[in-house]
Design a protein around this ligand. Structure first.
Ligand SMILES: NC(=O)C1=CN([C@@H]2O[C@H](COP(=O)(O)OP(=O)(O)OC[C@H]3O[C@@H](n4cnc5c(N)ncnc54)[C@H](O)[C@@H]3O)[C@@H](O)[C@H]2O)C=CC1
Ligand SMILES: O=C([O-])CC(=O)C(=O)O
Length: 267
């Protein structure tokens, strides 16, 4: 039985906590951390087997697998304490890994592992396989309904008004690295695509606000010497945080199950 701790009981973290609480073979929830004690305590009360709320640093002393579901700004604390203790860190904060690439060396030095789950994207298995050969080009187009982008730091800072949009508006065009820095909570998936393939500097990205859309839509186009492919995912926004698609928490659950499963499917 592997012990699991969750950092952040928000849109993603609560779904993961509830699933663990309902029972996953080989995994047991033992602790959580939170940015808001009062709110988190109310959520913990919904679990049939309540667990303690501890600091981000303490999670690694209690669990084998630390699941990072906290905002990007908390990543360094959660990740460093987990990896220095030689634990497995499961995260969807690809943008945070790009911001702190040294975290991979921390894992290496202490026998820890970082599992960056696919999150709201698809196709990272094929991209990783193609990267074992030669990828000529890799592009991603993210288009989201305005409600999914209104709180994005870039949109707020630049005073971009998305309320009256009548046609798609291109908010960003550049590399996945630049995009992930400008929109850290909205294109973690672009960071993951860069890390899976040819790097975030060679991965091209466009971000659009599209009033005709109901779903957070990512399209990736890859041309490689082994295959070419175009893949699209249309994520249903969560009610709590429309920038986060429903599938993200499910991807995290699948990623933690993979840590103990006797059969591993996919690259
Ligand atoms: N790769 C992917 O596909 C996706 C990645 N994400 C990333 O996942 C993370 C979580 O996303 P959501 O659950 O939608 O966010 P959320 O805002 O709904 O939840 C975050 C939770 O973390 C808590 N928190 C705040 N500061 C904290 C701290 N210092 N330590 C521990 N917990 C803290 C908050 O109280 C909140 O409950 C974000 O970093 C986001 O960018 C989100 C969606 C998709
Ligand atoms: O990339 C992200 O961080 C979130 C996202 O686009 C989605 O949920 O569709």
């Amino acid at each position: 039985m592997k012990k699991v701790a969750i950092a952040g009981l928000g849109t993603i973290g609560l779904v993961v906590a509830k699933r663990l609480d309902a029972g996953i073979e080989g995994l047991k929830l033992v602790a959580v951390s939170s940015g808001n004690r009062e709110k988190a305590e109310a959520k913990l009360a919904e679990l049939s087997s309540p667990v303690p709320m501890v600091s981000n640093e303490t999670l690694a002393t209690l669990a084998d697998i630390i699941v990072d579901c906290a905002p990007t700004k908390a990543f360094d604390t959660v990740a460093e304490s987990a990896l220095k203790a030689g634990r497995t860190l499961v995260t969807v904060s690809g943008a945070a890994i790009l911001k702190n690439p040294g975290i991979v060396d921390v894992a290496r030095a202490h026998g820890g592992r970082i599992v960056l789950a696919t999150g709201a994207l698809l196709g990272l298995d094929a991209v990783r396989a193609a990267a074992e050969g030669n990828i000529h080009s890799i592009r991603m187009r993210t288009a989201k309904p305005p409600k999914s982008l209104v709180t994005a730091e870039y949109v707020v800072k630049n005073g971009i008004d998305l309320s009256g949009l009548t046609e798609p508006l291109k908010l960003f065009s550049g590399t996945a690295r630049e995009g992930a820095m400008a929109f850290p909570a909205n294109v973690n998936v672009a960071a993951a695509l860069g890390l899976a393939g040819v790097g975030a500097d060679r991965t091209e990205l466009e971000i659009w606000a599209d009033p005709a859309l109901e779903r957070n839509t990512h399209t990736i186009t890859v041309d490689a010497d082994s295959a070419s492919f175009e893949l699209r995912i249309q994520n249903i926004p969560t009610d709590e945080n429309p920038g986060t698609g429903r599938i993200t928490a499910l991807s995290v659950i699948a990623a933690i199950k993979a840590q103990v499963a006797p059969l591993h499917v996919g690259t």
